[in-house]
Write a protein of this length. Structure first.
Lengths: 233, 226
C-alpha cells in the first residue's frame, strides 16, 4: 500500500485541482457534458492534445473556449448563457436532438455539481427545497438519467461542516442511483454496488479522519492511491 | 403562388386569441423572438399559456407579456434566468402558474406534439418531485415516467433566413427550440433576418422545412433580449 503522497499545505484540493483530477478520468474521444458552475473548470484543464468533444444542452457538440470580447457571436452561447465558440469539427442541432444525445445514453461522461450524493448514487443538485430561490431544473435530470457516467464535483462538506456524502439524500432528488464517482476536495470515491469506495485521498489523512467527515460508510479500495496532483492554481 | 410573408409583425400576430397556448423559442436570450413578443403585447391577447425554456430576462419581449399580466401559466425548465425579476414578482404574488419540466422532457414533449405521438415514457425525473403523481412503468428493466405532448395554438420563433414557402435556416445555437416548436404549433409564426428568393436556400441546410411554418415576417435588425 502506498505510504507517502505529496502533502498539501491547504489540507484540501483547490477547485482547479479537483477539475484536473477529473480530467485524468476523461479519455480521448469522449463526449462530455459539463454542468454550469464549477464543472466548467474541467474544460480549462483538458490538455490541448487530447480530443474530448464537449456537448452543450442548447444544441452544440464541439463547444470551444470563451471568445475574446471582439469575437463574441450573439448567436453562440453555452448552456450557462455565456458567449462561447465552436471547435473545428463542431456541429449545431436542435433541442430534441440535443437531449436525444443526453437521454439516449450517447454521452460518455457528465460532470455535475451536487448538494448531496447518497451511498447508492442518488444525486440531489437542483433545489434544497427552500423558497428563497425560484425552482429551476434545466437539463440536470436528463443528464443524470442518461449519461453513461455521472461525475459529481463538490466540496466534501457544506460550509457548516455537515457531510454532503450521505446514506440517504434529504434534499429533493435529481436522479436515482446515477452518480458513478464523487470528486471532492479531499477524496475520489466510487459508488459501487456495496457503497462508497475510496479510490484516492491524501496520504496523510487516515480513513477514519475521512470517515469522520462523511455521512455514509466508506471502505478503502485495495488499490487506492494517494493524491498526486500538480499545482494548477 | 404560395407566399407566407406577412407585411408586418402586427399583422403576423393579429389573430392570436385570449387563452391561446404559445410556444416561444429561444434559450438564454439567443433565438428569442423579441419583436414578435412585443407585437403580441401591443395586440393585447391575455390569459395565455407560454412554453419557453426560461421566463425571459429583463423587461422587453416575453417579459413584457408576463409583466403586463397577459400570461396565466408558464411551462419551462429554468425560471431562474438572469434578471428574472418580472416573472419572480408575479410568481411570488401567486399571479402566474408555473409548471417546471426537465429540459429534455420539455423538448421531447414539444417534439412529440409535432410528430403525432400520444405520450411517451422517459427515465428522466424518476424518483424526483417532478415525477410525483405521474404514471410509471418498468420498461427495458428500468422505471420510466409517462409524459404527454405539449401542443400549441401558435409558435413564435426566430430564424435566420426564410424563403416565401417558409423554409428556414438558423444561425449557430439560435436554432435551439425553433425547429420543434414550429412542428408542434398549429400555426408557427417566424421572424427572420432575411427573406430570400425561392431556391436561394441550399436544400441541404434547411433545418425547418416549409410544411411546419405558417407565417414569416422580415425583421432585419432583431431586438436583443440581453
Amino acid at each position: 500500500m502506498p505510504e507517502n503522497g505529496p502533502k498539501n499545505v491547504l489540507g484540501k484540493l483547490t477547485r482547479r485541482q479537483i477539475a484536473w483530477r477529473i480530467v485524468q478520468d476523461i479519455k480521448e474521444g469522449a463526449y462530455v457534458n459539463l454542468g454550469i458552475g464549477q464543472p466548467e473548470l474541467v474544460a480549462d484543464l483538458l490538455p490541448a492534445e487530447r480530443e474530448v468533444i464537449l456537448h452543450s444542452e442548447n444544441g452544440i457538440l464541439g463547444l470551444g473556449p470563451k471568445p475574446a470580447p471582439e469575437d463574441a457571436d450573439e448567436d453562440l452561447i453555452n448552456a450557462g448563457k455565456k458567449h462561447a465558440t465552436l471547435v473545428t469539427g463542431g456541429a449545431f442541432f436542435h433541442h430534441a436532438d440535443s437531449f436525444a444525445m443526453v437521454r439516449g445514453g450517447h454521452l460518455d461522461v457528465c460532470v455535475l455539481g451536487a448538494f448531496q450524493v447518497a451511498a447508492n448514487g442518488d444525486l440531489a443538485n437542483w433545489t434544497t427545497g427552500g423558497n428563497d430561490l425560484l425552482p429551476a431544473v434545466g437539463g440536470a435530470m436528463d443528464l443524470a438519467a442518461g449519461s453513461k457516467k455521472v461525475f459529481a464535483m463538490m466540496d466534501h462538506n457544506s460550509k457548516d461542516g455537515s457531510p454532503k456524502i450521505v446514506e440517504r439524500c434529504t434534499y429533493p432528488l435529481t436522479g436515482r442511483a446515477c452518480v458513478t464517482t464523487i470528486y471532492t476536495d479531499i477524496a475520489v470515491i466510487d459508488i459501487k454496488p456495496d457503497g462508497c469506495v475510496v479510490r484516492e485521498k491524501f496520504a496523510d489523512m487516515s480513513l477514519d479522519a475521512l470517515q469522520a467527515r462523511t455521512g455514509a460508510r466508506l471502505t478503502l479500495a485495495n488499490d487506492w492511491r494517494p493524491f498526486a496532483i500538480p499545482d494548477v492554481g | 403562388m404560395v407566399n407566407k410573408e406577412k407585411a408586418s409583425l402586427d399583422e403576423a400576430v393579429a389573430d392570436i386569441p385570449d387563452g391561446a397556448t404559445i410556444h416561444v423559442g429561444g434559450f438564454g436570450g439567443v433565438g428569442i423572438p423579441v419583436d414578435l413578443c412585443d407585437a403580441l403585447y401591443r395586440q393585447g391577447a391575455k390569459d395565455l399559456t407560454i412554453v419557453n425554456n426560461g421566463v425571459a430576462s429583463g423587461k422587453i419581449g416575453l417579459a413584457s407579456l408576463i409583466g403586463g399580466g397577459r400570461v396565466r401559466k408558464i411551462i419551462c425548465s429554468f425560471p431562474r434566468t438572469p434578471n428574472p425579476e418580472v416573472f419572480e414578482k408575479k410568481y411570488r404574488a401567486g399571479e402566474i402558474e408555473l409548471e417546471l419540466v426537465p429540459q429534455g422532457t420539455l423538448a421531447e414533449r414539444i417534439r412529440a406534439a409535432g410528430a403525432g405521438i400520444g405520450a411517451f415514457y422517459t427515465p428522466t425525473s424518476v424518483g424526483t418531485p417532478l415525477a410525483e403523481g405521474k404514471e410509471t412503468r418498468v420498461l427495458q428493466g428500468r422505471e420510466m415516467v409517462l409524459e404527454h405532448p405539449l401542443h400549441a395554438d401558435f409558435a413564435l420563433v426566430k430564424a435566420d433566413k426564410a424563403d416565401r414557402w417558409g423554409n428556414l435556416t438558423y444561425r449557430k445555437s439560435a436554432r435551439n427550440f425553433g425547429p420543434i416548436m414550429c412542428m408542434a404549433a398549429k400555426t408557427a409564426i417566424v421572424q427572420v433576418r432575411e427573406i430570400v428568393p425561392l431556391g436561394a436556400l441550399d436544400p441541404e441546410t434547411i433545418a425547418t422545412p416549409s410544411i411546419f411554418v405558417g407565417r414569416i415576417v422580415s425583421v432585419p435588425n432583431p431586438t436583443k433580449e440581453m
